[in-house]
Design a protein around this ligand. Structure first.
Ligand SMILES: *Cc1c(COP(=O)(O)O)cnc(C)c1O
Length: 368
């Protein structure tokens, strides 16, 4: 079986580095907010070229804390995409605000700025675009909207660590950027992890306080916060991963370029890299097919895994039925959710395995 993602290979490839890093943490005996976290935040901020990085327990908490730090809550609306992992909208609901879903661009699957603008109301407080599958959502248009309407701009860069928009790292362009280090993400750890970045020192201070029970001085609490810190062992693992991330993302891009030869063959459409000057990091390599489920079953029968991203857009999820969306409200997101699926792609996919996927895909002869 050729897997969609194979994180075991990634961590096996750096097992001795990880074991020695974890050994150092054990020897030091400090497990929360110590040396590894301090150095990881410094190194990540330097890599991303942003002044402040605040690590937290996971990517979902990063989103919740971004909204909290910007005082977004009850009665506020946040415009986001229905074509993302659930956590993006969940974070908005978690702070008591209402997610407002706009439609997506048919080529990049990212939030469509025109659809966003049409949904701005006096209650709108923020726009929360996602750099879906690792491609920039085209930040310029959202920066203009945020400026024009006086809105906060929060980037969900959970799938896009290391990707760029005109030479600037994704996550560092809006007011706050959020990352996840969940094991399958491009930069990942052996458990949960997350991070926020900002160029605003005051906001960074508030985030540091929030992640640690609203406290700066031990046992003195200034606000209701969270218990959401990156553990020292995860910071230690992530510091090792940071050294490899450009190489890993480079392999993803090279593999993507090979898969691009499938475009127009066997009824497949391959991803459009809209912004040629920007770096797409192919967190997922998703293709479109009219008979998606049939194609996926065919791959499965040939021992090739694939995954449907995302099978049900968020505006039609059962948990959001009280928001009142109906099928047909966001037609692009709905049609893509029936057509898109990911092919195996990760930095440890071998050329032989990829050739096997290509060969099988090219031999698809359609529904009987
Ligand atoms: C993974 C992911 C998250 C959530 O991150 P966790 O670390 O799993 O909490 C949020 N948004 C997007 C787009 C993601 O892909």
């Amino acid at each position: 079986m050729i897997s969609l993602i194979q994180i075991d290979r990634q961590f096996q490839s750096m097992k001795s580095e990880i074991l020695s890093a974890v050994g150092d943490v054990l020897d030091r005996g400090q497990f929360i907010l110590g040396e590894e976290v301090r150095r990881f935040e410094e190194e990540a901020a330097a890599y991303l070229q942003v002044p402040y990085a605040v690590s937290v327990g996971n990517g979902t908490d990063a989103l919740v804390m971004a909204l909290t730090a910007l005082n977004i809550g009850e009665g506020d609306e946040v415009i986001t995409t229905p074509f993302t992992f659930f956590a993006t909208a969940e974070a908005i609901s978690r702070v008591g605000a209402t997610p407002v879903f706009a439609d997506i661009d048919p080529e990049t699957y990212n939030l469509d700025p025109a659809s966003v603008e049409a949904r701005i109301t006096p209650q709108t407080k923020a726009i929360l675009p996602v750099h879906i599958f690792g491609q920039s959502c085209g930040m310029q248009a959202f920066s203009v909207l945020a400026e024009q309407y006086g809105l906060e701009l929060i980037e969900d860069a959970c799938q896009a660590f290391g990707a760029e928009d005109n030479g600037v790292k994704l996550g560092t362009i809006g007011r706050i950027g959020c990352y996840s280090f969940f094991p399958t993400k491009n930069l990942s750890t052996i458990g949960d992890g997350g991070m926020l970045v900002t160029r605003d020192g005051e906001l960074a201070g508030r985030l540091r306080k929030l992640r640690h029970h609203g406290s700066v001085k031990k046992y003195y609490h200034e606000e209701i916060g969270f218990n959401s810190r990156l553990d020292e062992i995860h910071a230690a693992v992530l510091r090792r991963g940071l050294k490899h991330i450009d190489g890993w993302n480079g392999v993803r891009r090279a593999l993507a370029q090979v898969y691009d030869s499938l475009n127009g063959k066997s009824g497949l459409s391959t991803p459009v890299n809209r912004y040629q000057g920007n770096s797409h990091v192919y967190h997922l390599y998703c293709v479109e097919h009219e008979q998606r489920d049939d194609f996926m079953a065919y791959l499965q029968a040939n021992n090739i895994a694939s995954g449907s991203y995302y099978p049900l857009p968020l505006h039609l999820q059962q948990v959001y039925r009280q928001l009142g969306y109906k099928p047909g409200d966001l037609p692009v997101a709905e049609s893509k959710s029936e057509r898109l699926f990911a092919l195996p792609l990760h930095p440890f996919l071998s050329a032989v395995e990829q050739q096997e996927v290509l060969e099988v895909a090219l031999n698809y002869s359609g529904k009987e």
